[in-house]
Unconditional design. Structure first.
Length: 107
């Protein structure tokens, strides 16, 4: 009986602590999100900027874009925090950086 109780409590605590695997909020929880488009601005090794996020015609360089969202011209909803400007290739302070806090594919 004691072993069963410990197993049930452990399973319950594990369930409560689950997040999405990329550390962002799950898609269904995207509360204060804005429309955005994921864009590929070229290979950084060839002076491109890599994956960027276009929010209302402002280009941001995300520090934590999950792999499953790296699709050119993908329409998404995102919540984010603006960071310092980042370099792209040889261009210093090319775009503001962002940390994505919420992300969801648009239907």
């Amino acid at each position: 009986m004691k072993r069963l109780s410990i197993t049930v409590i452990s399973a319950f605590l594990l369930f409560l602590s689950c997040k999405s695997k990329d550390g962002l909020l799950m898609e269904s929880e995207c509360g204060k999100c804005e429309d955005a488009v994921i864009r590929n601005y070229g290979d950084p090794a060839l002076d491109g900027c890599g994956w960027v996020v276009d929010v209302s015609s402002t280009i941001y360089k995300p520090e934590n874009l999950p792999e499953q969202y790296k699709i050119d011209s993908l329409d998404v909803m995102i919540g984010y925090k603006v960071l310092d400007s980042v370099n792209c290739g040889l261009i210093r302070n090319a775009h503001p950086g962002i940390s994505i806090t919420e992300i969801k594919k648009k239907n």
